[in-house]
Design a protein. Structure first.
Length: 214
């Protein structure tokens, strides 16, 4: 009875956190070869998109199934994303080490714009791969379209991710806690908002038109 009932919000929240910790462990293990980070991330999105509505079932089984099904496309996407991320790292290293010259403002502006484009390029692509069957070209196109069409919600996602990142890196103890479920908590945050967008698109757009191209 009460808060200790299996259907209570407290118990459900605790179970959700435990599932995220377990999912984070799977994500880390399956990402270890590095080349498989994309497939592992896509599999994590596949599970969290279901977790939003408590439809995930067995975490490990769902994760491994999604990992196998989307391996080729998600790995290809990661091969595109990885060098772009490395370039972003190099750009920000230049910004951090640059002297305050008359071009410093332009350098920072360029770094911010590049980072923003990189985020827009990737933000919905992995969730789309996890949920739909489509060409990678259309997945990327759809991600860009969703970012623009649902700009307010995209900004909300980025704000929440920034807040979660600040909390995780607050001190060494929060960093330690973040290692157990930080990445998956962020993925779950994206999934919570992206799932609502996807359902809205599915309800109001024809299968062969609109943002979700077939």
């Amino acid at each position: 009875m009460g808060i200790f009932n299996q259907n209570s919000k407290l118990i459900k929240s605790v179970n959700k956190i435990i599932d995220l910790i377990w999912l984070n462990f799977l994500w880390v293990i399956f990402s270890l070869p590095l080349i498989t980070i994309g497939a592992s991330t896509c599999a994590a999105f596949s599970v969290t998109l279901k977790m939003v509505d408590d439809e995930e079932g067995y975490i490990a089984r769902s994760f491994i199934k999604a990992f196998r099904q989307n391996f080729k496309q998600a790995t290809t996407m990661w091969c595109i994303t990885a060098p772009l991320l490395y370039l972003a790292y190099l750009i920000w290293q230049v910004v951090l080490k640059a002297d305050s010259t008359e071009y410093f403002f332009l350098l920072i502006l360029g770094a911010i714009l590049y980072t923003a484009l990189l985020i827009v390029f990737n933000l919905y692509t992995y969730p789309l791969i996890a949920r739909y069957e489509n060409s990678l070209k259309n997945m990327i196109k759809n991600s860009l379209g969703i970012c623009l069409t649902y700009f307010g919600r995209t900004v909300l996602i980025l704000a929440l991710l920034l807040l979660e990142g600040a909390i995780i890196f607050w001190n060494r103890w929060t960093i330690l806690a973040g290692l157990f479920f930080g990445p998956e908590f962020m993925i779950f945050t994206i999934s919570g908002i992206a799932k609502k967008i996807f359902l809205q698109i599915e309800r109001h757009e024809d299968a062969n038109s609109g943002t979700i191209n077939q």
